[in-house]
Design a protein around this ligand. Structure first.
Ligand SMILES: Cc1cc2nc3c(=O)[nH]c(=O)nc-3n(C[C@H](O)[C@H](O)[C@H](O)COP(=O)(O)OP(=O)(O)OC[C@H]3O[C@@H](n4cnc5c(N)ncnc54)[C@H](O)[C@@H]3O)c2cc1C
Length: 409
């Protein structure tokens, strides 16, 4: 979900949206039929993305330098975005918000209109050469041209309209290894970074140039440019092992434009349910820290999950917050009741008075209390945790429109 308040939608699109649908029924049908045709074969989606990059680099070999050496992760991300676009044609607002954010974020690569024109042409070439049984007829081409117009137009218009810098620079001031696979990194930016509590940014670290990764900021914004990230090492990953294992004080990081819209809607009188797993607690932690600076707040139930009890690495901070803020209840949840013998982190000392730890998959545990239909709900964690938690909540009767989460990319 995204904060539509914080996002500028290009004015020409707003106009079109006001009058008639952005994509007419024929366009929607043709685009979806072509996408279904392409992805009907094993690996068809990956082939489509492969054709996109082949067409882009054939036309503009110099653009290859904008991308990382290994394109595997890039392929997955672009395919996820394409699926999201195709799924959103009949309800395009969240997609437009997302594309506008992506356009603002992509300024860090130094993109301009020429790059978007090249991507527009490459998308049409890729679709036309990836069809399996359907023909690339003029009507199918027109439908995909409309999609390419909206995607590249929304991104480049949003990028052009943005006045904030494309990138901020920050210096590492602390690196704390909280668990064997989780580090807390603290930085000071050269100036304040205008993010909102709950947002994420893309970062580039000196150990892995040109490999940008999204990280949620774990503290609220402040005038001193202080930033804190909680990073889990993904086994076999390119960037997270370097951040967890090699970050040093004095490292210079690049920080991209703030993204995402996890937020507490203060205009609603609903209480809040937050569900975070692993380092997914970061954007929830930032929000409750910011709420702690206010006089009145809705009630917040924050479920904090991990595989083992010791994986709830930041319970102490959250518990301290809940002690002085009666509106906040923190509930630890772990999939396994006991730590394994090999876990090297010190056991979590649960402070007296804290909610007893619960055991089970976090989504199932939360859903066992009911549908939480009178709340607004935020879920943060890995894509699989978010999906399974939504599934469990939906099973308990939770209306989907009250659930927020960051994009699953
Ligand atoms: C909105 C958003 C916010 C994020 N915030 C944070 C954060 O605050 N802290 C944090 O640690 N991470 C966060 N991430 C994840 C982060 O951006 C990287 O994806 C992660 O650190 C892996 O990067 P990598 O370069 O090490 O792995 P890559 O080289 O990108 O991937 C290597 C392999 O691991 C797989 N993989 C990638 N991520 C995961 C995962 N989480 N679990 C299992 N397999 C995975 C990939 O599919 C690939 O096969 C966030 C992601 C998003 C989309």
């Amino acid at each position: 979900m995204f904060d539509t308040q914080a996002l500028a939608i290009p004015q020409d699109l707003v106009h079109e949206l006001g009058d008639e649908p952005l994509f007419d029924a024929r366009t929607v049908t043709r685009v979806r039929a072509a996408f279904a045709d392409i992805t009907s074969v094993d690996g068809g989606g990956e082939r489509l993305v492969g054709h996109f990059y082949a067409a882009l680099f054939a036309d503009r070999p110099d653009y290859r330098l904008l991308f990382p050496p290994n394109m595997e992760a890039q392929t997955g991300k672009l395919l996820t975005v394409l699926r999201f676009v195709v799924d959103s044609l009949t309800d395009p607002d969240p997609m437009l918000d997302f594309l506008a954010q992506l356009g603002r974020d992509h300024r860090k690569y130094g993109l301009d209109r020429r790059h978007y024109d090249a991507a527009h042409a490459a998308l049409l070439t890729a679709v036309s050469s990836s069809l399996v049984t359907l023909l690339w007829s003029p009507t199918v081409e027109a439908a995909w041209r409309r999609v390419a117009d909206v995607v590249t137009g929304t991104m480049s218009d949003a990028a052009d309209a943005e006045e904030l810098p494309a990138v901020w620079h920050a210096t590492g001031v602390g690196h704390e290894r909280r668990l064997d696979d989780v580090a807390i990194v603290r930085l000071e930016a050269d100036g304040p970074v205008p993010f909102a509590a709950g947002q994420y940014v893309s970062v580039q670290v000196p150990q892995r140039p040109r490999l940008w990764r999204y990280l949620s900021v774990a503290i609220p914004p402040n005038p001193y440019g202080q930033l804190e990230f909680h990073v889990r090492r993904v086994s076999g990953g390119w960037v997270s092992p370097a951040i967890v294992g090699e970050t040093a004080v004095g490292d210079r990081w690049s920080i991209g434009a703030p993204l995402g819209g996890l937020h507490v809607d203060r205009s609603s009188d609903r209480d809040v349910l937050m569900i975070g797993s692993g380092t997914g607690i970061a954007p929830l932690r930032a929000q409750v820290m910011e709420m702690a600076m206010r006089g009145t707040n809705p009630r917040v139930h924050l479920f904090v999950g991990g595989t083992y009890p010791r994986d709830c690495y930041d319970l102490e901070t959250l518990w301290q917050l809940s002690l002085s803020n009666p509106w906040l209840t923190v509930v630890p949840v772990s999939e396994e009741a006991d730590d394994p013998w090999w876990h090297t982190a010190p056991p979590v000392e649960l402070p007296p008075g804290m909610h007893r730890p619960l055991t089970g998959p976090i989504g199932k545990v939360v859903a066992s209390f009911g549908s939480w239909a009178d709340r607004t709900i935020q879920i943060s964690g890995s894509p699989s945790m978010i999906k399974t938690t939504i599934y469990a909540l939906r099973g308990a009767g939770t209306p989907p429109e009250i659930i927020q989460h960051d994009p699953l990319i």
